[in-house]
Ligand binder design. Sequence first.
Ligand code: GLA
Length: 728
Amino acid sequence: MNLFYDDQHQVFKLDTPHTSYLMALADGKWLGHVYYGPRLEGTDVAWALALGTRPFTPEVLPNEQASFFDCYPQEYPAANAGDFREACLGVRTEAGQRDCLPAYVGHAFLPGKPALEGLPATSGGPEDCNTLQITLEDCRTGVRAELCYTAFTHLDIIARSARVINAGSGPLWLDRALSACLSLPYEGQRLLTLQGSWAREGQMQLAEIGHGEQGVFSTRGISSHQAQPFLALTSPDVTQERGEVWGMHLVYSGSFLARVQRDQHDGLRAVIGIHPQDFCWRLEPGEAFQVPEAVLVHSGEGLGRMTRTLHDLYRGHLIREPYRQRPVLINNWEATYFDFDEARLLKIARQAAALGVELFVLDDGWFGERHTDSGSLGDWEVNRRKLPHGLDGLAEEIKALGMQFGLWMEPEMVSPDSELYRRHPDWAIQTASRLPLRCRDQYVLDLGRPEVEEYVWAQISNILHSADITYLKWDMNRPLTDLGSAALPPDRQGEVAHRYLLALYRLQRRLVETFPHLLLENCCSGGGRFDPGMLAYSPQIWASDDTDAVERLSIQEGTAMLYPLSCIGAHVSDCPNHLVGRNTPFDTRAAVAMAGTFGYELDVTRIPEEERRQIPGQIARYRAQHALLQRGDYYRLASARDGGLDAWMVAEKDGSRALVTLVRVLCRPNRRRRLVRLHGLDPAGCYEDVATGRRYGGDALMQIGLPVDLPEADFQARQVELRRVEVK
Ligand code: GLA
């Protein structure tokens, strides 16, 4: 067991291979955070908590309580109970008051990791991890919180969650239920987050932490383009290889808060969880609320170690079928937008099949009267004028070409101009007094209503049964606004957004269980819901509507800091790029898309012949590297953000081979040739550059570096495949 309770000192200790997480009880009842960092051996550490302040002069008041809670590093602090920092728990009683101060009542050790009811989470058996469950209770109000800490035995991961139970006799209203709280002394740490916008997701931001609060959040009902549900505290000089990193990543797809506070005593408190705005959940006696999971990771070897730990966690313990072979696809969105019919699609498909593409994906516009962004969402009937032989007929034609057939749907939505909305206007999320905001000319369905969930399921399953569809792109193209449900009583209106997510997760689970061979790709106007929650159902997520190879560098750098390449949807598109008007070489676009689930999104019949001719070679290259890209260790070598060269590599875990990708953004005159130091190789091995036959020592590649040989021009890329060879 990697979990311990030291009865004498009242200390809990959780160990992972290189880290320890320690908590202790003050006065036998207040659960406090002692330490999270490099592994410690002993448990005699409770003294570290006894660092109170001396708030009053000239006397020290024996009955003073407030100054204790004002600075004690609680593990799961409650609101309105003397701890004035960011709280994890807020409970109102029937008296309308925030009234809750839970204290330790017991704990249990569980082998493996229990599932979270209704929510996606990492998983593991007794061979992978063990769980400590600590129960806190407020005997006056009956609020009970079961805090769950799972420590992995082969990964430096602590997964936290909680269940809040109403063990009292009257109803309670939970208006704050965050997932995790972490206390550290401030030692100059920086705050690392990913921020962005539509078409600019995943931008890394490293900021100094001043007194007060800072962080990222979403109140959009989706995890959002604007921020990733993640934060990390890093040592001030952190690099890819050096420095400490404490990361927190939320397994949730809705509104969230990830915030750090530097307090009056230079303590840091970092919290992550469901955003309290618009959240209030009524709990009847005996009912429980499951709080989403937060993944905690510590690295003593820089950002790169955090990245590889998260990749291993998500591939090994979250993503269904992470190593499933992904077909190289062609998607018609940027090729045709809404302007297509069967003949045009088949023309593209025929050409793509001849070039070796394996899956044809029909995007938006195939149903109802959907010829623009407005209309028909919810009416999932094929448009026979565009597709006279139906989806089935089209799928058969595509199959006859030797390709699989995939389809786009946006099941969570309804257009004001649709049969569905005309029949059920109250099925849209809305407040009582006004029509909801139109966003992309559509409304969001109130999925939390059982009849709406069932309708949506019927639509999806009918479509999937109607033709041979092996891939589904599940899209979601607007935030949730006007939160309100015609089906809930007034004191449950704060449940709309979370109920929506619970229904979404049920639908996706049902989908992958009913159609186990279906490849599901989630999407949300690009990366608006790229989070570990969605990843539990779909092994890949469309990372951004921006397909420009240069824009993609920073988007993919940020995304790959947390997520394995095998789940980052990336396509080669046409130039000039539709969003930024940039022209980049076809080969560079392919090299960049190979840091993800490689595919094409262009009209292959209309691109220049010299580009078309490159496609079979690109597909062959991707196929040859596919297993390595899916399974290997990812290293970020250089970032275009600091000087124009972007570089990353993926190395087989046993060091036998590696693929290095180098991309130069703008070419500058009179520059010295650059070397990029590699990682993850066998220092004693000899490596051959497969294309040139040039040989290098593994140690030299890692200590001196690989020469960056790129043509003197903007936007050039090169992939270097290295194989370890026997030296006679
Ligand atoms: C979103 C997606 C795109 C495309 C369109 C279709 O923007 O991110 O890839 O599917 O919707 O409307």
